[in-house]
Design a protein around this ligand. Structure first.
Ligand SMILES: *Cc1c(COP(=O)(O)O)cnc(C)c1O
Length: 496
């Protein structure tokens, strides 16, 4: 399988090269040149998650061997990393509604699924090329991605990872998760300022040829773990198949019966993987795109106009606080029948004016497959409370956005197709909001995040996951704080 760029100005490359490069040289995103066909089979029903992952990924990553993929999947999704043998268990909420739990990994959120596998795909890709370099991963994080990348790359031979986080702008739990990070190849450094400060400073260093030359001399090459890398997208196709197979096995659906997925969406990576699963033949009826108050995607799906010129709203579902959904570019390329010229011109309009409008035909195709609505913080809290009361099921804030949007979809469409809510974080990861939803103000008054965890556990009976337990008692390993102008020196010091 060859990989081409959405902007059309890059020669086709192999899968391993697409993963190694991350972004195409013409500024576009890599995707497979041809459609892939993966029917649901009898054999798949008997497979473990790891076996299924290798089988689903193989037709996309054709320059990786089946053994290599299975070995990678076994290492990524081992019982030491995931606290449920199913890896992504499917919870039945009601006879027609299910929750696909993507948060049983080390950091308790869905980015683990991709970031546990990516390091193996990346190091294998480098081995395939003639380059004999180690990978240096640079991450600027506002929270979840940094921790998930640290856990994915820790102690992986041939890799080194440095994560920079803003000292004002991550929650206490997120900070604790990072500064207590173990591993022989990890660095975690606080940068004075907010997320934008840290991110723009890291981007500058990433593009600085003198830094690249200096690390090359020490045997490293820069690489990125961000969500536009095809190596992060392809592992996410697997769990859509897994959910379908689980429904088949339990008798909830008949062979070939279509189902809906509701996906809490930010950068459009998760829901795009569902789109690829559908293109490969998974029987999917509707993809329901759930947004929070940063509802740029909802407006786009409804009207065909993308407009990022609007206030950025800080919500209780912070991983969806995004105004530019990078992965949407891949969807546009697919739905226009690979029209790189149209995509490039929309992306340049987005860059210059902050907005673009797709043609009628493309808009209609989007509306046929996708449905979207948004939920604000109040509706999100109400959904957590409602689902807990009605079904004894505890949801985090991101998942609750999806649940709220599903309830509206059902009321508006009357579509009784069996539906899976894609659950992206453990409720304890966002415990302040969850506690506010299910406990009384008297119970929560004056409690810090760690006390709230204990309280939620004793009130709901749901166990605190290992990744969040005793976080306040763990040893702090990384305590450096630098100014943003000092990132370059910090990197040079790490490699020396
Ligand atoms: C990253 C993230 C999302 C958004 O996923 P996208 O692929 O960016 O659309 C939703 N929920 C949680 C908890 C996340 O960490």
């Amino acid at each position: 399988m060859e990989y081409i760029s959405t902007r059309g100005k890059t020669d086709p490359v192999s899968a391993s090269e697409a993963i190694k490069e991350g972004i195409a040289p013409d500024g576009g995103l890599f995707l497979p040149a041809k459609d892939v066909n993966i029917p649901v089979t009898e054999t798949m029903v008997k497979m473990s998650y790891q076996e299924l992952a290798a089988a689903i990924i193989a037709p996309y990553l054709t320059d990786y061997g089946p053994e290599e993929l299975l070995e990678a999947a076994n290492a990524a999704y081992s019982p030491e990393k995931f606290d449920d043998l199913a890896v992504t268990p499917l919870h039945k909420i009601s006879p027609s509604l299910f929750s696909l739990e993507l948060w049983h990994g080390p950091t308790c959120a869905f980015k683990d699924i991709a970031l546990q596998l990516l390091p193996h795909l990346l190091t294998a890709a480098i081995k395939k090329s003639s380059e004999k370099k180690s990978v240096f991963i640079l991450v600027a994080t506002s929270g979840d991605t940094g921790k998930a990348a640290l856990e994915g790359f820790r102690d992986i031979p041939g890799t080194r990872i440095a994560v920079f986080y803003p000292d004002e702008g991550v929650s206490e739990i997120q900070k604790r998760q990072m500064v207590t990070q173990e591993g022989s190849n990890v660095s975690v450094i606080a940068v004075k300022g907010n997320f934008d400060d840290a991110q723009s400073a890291v981007k500058q260093v990433f593009a600085d040829k003198s830094v690249a030359a200096a690390i090359e001399e020490k045997g490293y090459r820069f690489s990125s773990a961000n969500s536009i890398n095809w190596g992060r997208l392809v592992p996410q196709i697997v769990y859509y198949y897994r959910a379908y197979i689980e429904l088949l096995k339990s008798g909830a659906i008949a062979d070939g019966e279509k189902i809906n997925f509701v996906v809490p969406t930010g950068n459009f990576g998760n829901i795009l993987a569902a789109f690829y699963a559908r293109s490969a033949g998974l029987p999917i009826n509707r993809l329901i795109c759930a947004a929070n108050s940063n509802n740029v995607l909802t407006d786009f799906i409804v009207t065909g106009s993308y407009n990022r010129n609007r206030p950025f709203i800080k919500t209780i579902s912070p991983s969806m606080d995004i105004l530019i959904s990078s992965n949407l570019e891949r969807l546009l390329f697919e739905l226009t029948g690979h029209d790189a010229e149209a995509v490039a011109s929309w992306m340049s309009e987005l860059n210059e004016n902050g907005s673009y409008t797709v043609d009628e035909v493309t808009g209609a195709k989007i509306r046929q497959l996708f449905w979207s609505a948004s939920a604000d913080d109040r509706a999100t809290i109400a959904a957590i409370r409602r689902y807990y009361k009605e079904y004894s099921y505890l949801m985090d804030t991101h998942t609750a956005v999806a649940a709220e949007v599903y309830d509206r979809y059902l009321a508006e469409s009357g579509d009784d197709t069996k539906t899976v809510i894609v659950s992206t974080a453990n409720p304890y990861k966002f415990n302040e909001s969850v506690a506010a939803a299910v406990l009384s103000p008297e119970e929560t008054a004056g409690k810090d995040e760690f006390e709230l965890l204990q309280l939620l556990e004793s009130e709901t009976g749901q166990k605190i996951p290992a990744g969040l337990k005793n976080l306040d008692k763990k040893k702090i390993i990384h305590d450096a704080t630098i100014k943003k102008g000092e990132i370059r020196d910090a990197i040079l010091q790490i490699i020396s």
